[in-house]
Ligand binder design. Structure first.
Ligand code: ATP
Ligand code: MG
Ligand code: FE
Length: 358
């Protein structure tokens, strides 16, 4: 089936076209630059930017793919989780298109789409059974808004949450610490770059929720065995920088960046691999904007290799927010005979990952 996918949950306006598991086009317009001077995404600005960008992005996608709205079999749109006002723009546009064309509409979960997008990646397709996600699949989603370990029994019908952050998301921690270090938003790429000049062992920052009282054992798991916490780490970095300043010493910014990054990625990769081993997961898919991090890719590769887990990393343009991922999940729902959504649905800014579509 030919599926039109629409994404507007944060600061990217995305329209993608997918035929089955074949990517036809992935057009993205981002309002990121408009948020730089505020040091983070301003919801009102993001919503208005979606309104400006939607029609041109749709027209570009259709013309790049050489198809018309009439050719489309179904429309898929992100209905959550995300910023309420931003979601409303994409959802309203999708409903209008569905109503005007009579095509079925699928209101889908953004996080599950970050996993489904793996089906579109050529290098992943070459490693797996053509057109299908592997069995015993886990996913590690790390972005500005989410840090989660998932078990995916079926992308169309069965996604389970194994662990998640109890406070800040990993990308959010990168963005907040970057600001402490005087780096611009988005902080992830800036820290990634600066960390390459620093010593990751210079400062031992805390590893959140790794103490025995949280971890427990495989037989008697603690309350947060697969969960994450990054707000204590952020505070530790702030105290560390203040300490250098109070002593009148120069802040070793590169060492702080490298040590902070290592603290985040050490816990994320260790817990993801632990969850895989204990839960019989043999393939791990990495997704979300933080998956662009060079050290995360390196560490995940090392640890998965050592544990006998196959690591799948979609290419960067598919990891960050986009419309093709929404179309890819929509195609899976259509192909698995899932019923389309009732057009009366409302976006759900805190849609749980276990809810694949509305
Ligand atoms: P959502 O959480 O809903 O998926 P989002 O827009 O916040 O939405 P993404 O666009 O997937 O998420 O990712 C953006 C985040 O990824 C930002 O926090 C950014 O700092 C982080 N990021 C991007 N590149 C890197 C990198 N090289 N290293 C670390 N973090 C990075
Ligand atoms: Mg974004
Ligand atoms: Fe996302």
């Amino acid at each position: 089936p030919l599926i039109l996918g629409i994404e507007s949950s944060c600061d990217e306006t995305g329209v993608g076209l997918v035929r089955g598991t074949e990517l036809l086009t992935n057009t993205v317009s981002s309002s990121m630059e408009e948020h730089v001077r505020f040091g983070g995404v301003i919801p009102e600005i993001a919503s208005r930017a979606h309104l400006d960008a939607f029609v041109p992005t749709l027209q570009q996608a259709l013309s790049d793919a050489g198809v018309t709205l009439e050719d489309v079999d179904a429309i898929a749109v992100t209905s959550g989780p995300g910023l309420a006002g931003a979601l409303m723009v994409g959802v309203s546009a999708a409903k209008a298109l569905a109503l005007a064309t009579g095509k079925p509409l699928y209101a889908i979960n953004h996080l599950v789409a970050h996993v489904g997008v793996g089906l579109l990646d050529e290098s992943i397709a070459a490693m797996t059974q053509g057109g299908q996600l592997p069995e015993n699949l886990g996913a590690l989603l790390v972005s500005g808004g989410h840090t989660e370990i998932l078990r995916v029994r079926s992308i169309a019908s069965d996604v389970e949450l194994l662990g998640a952050t109890i406070d800040d998301a990993a990308g959010e921690a990168f963005d907040k610490v970057a600001r402490l270090l005087g780096l611009n938003y988005p902080g992830g790429p800036a820290i990634d770059k600066l960390a390459r000049e620093g010593n990751a062992k210079a400062i031992r920052f805390p590893r959140g929720l790794t103490m025995p009282k949280y971890m427990g054992t495989a037989e008697a798991p603690g309350p947060h065995r697969y969960d994450f916490s990054f707000s204590g780490l952020k505070t530790a970095v702030a105290r560390c920088v203040e300490g250098y300043e109070a002593r009148g010493e120069e802040v070793p910014f590169a060492d702080v960046a490298a040590s902070f990054q290592e603290a985040v990625l050490d816990v994320i990769t260790a817990k993801a691999v632990l969850a895989c081993k204990e839960q019989g997961i043999t393939t791990l898919l990495l997704g979300g904007g933080v998956a662009a991090n060079s050290r995360l890719r390196e560490l995940a590769h090392q640890r998965c290799l050592a544990a006998g887990i196959t690591l799948l990393v979609p290419k960067f343009s598919l990891c960050t927010d986009n419309g093709a991922m929404v179309a890819a999940l929509g195609a899976q729902l259509v192909m698995n005979g899932v019923a389309p959504s009732d057009l009366a649905f409302a976006p759900d800014s805190s849609m749980p990952v276990t809810s694949i579509s509305l």
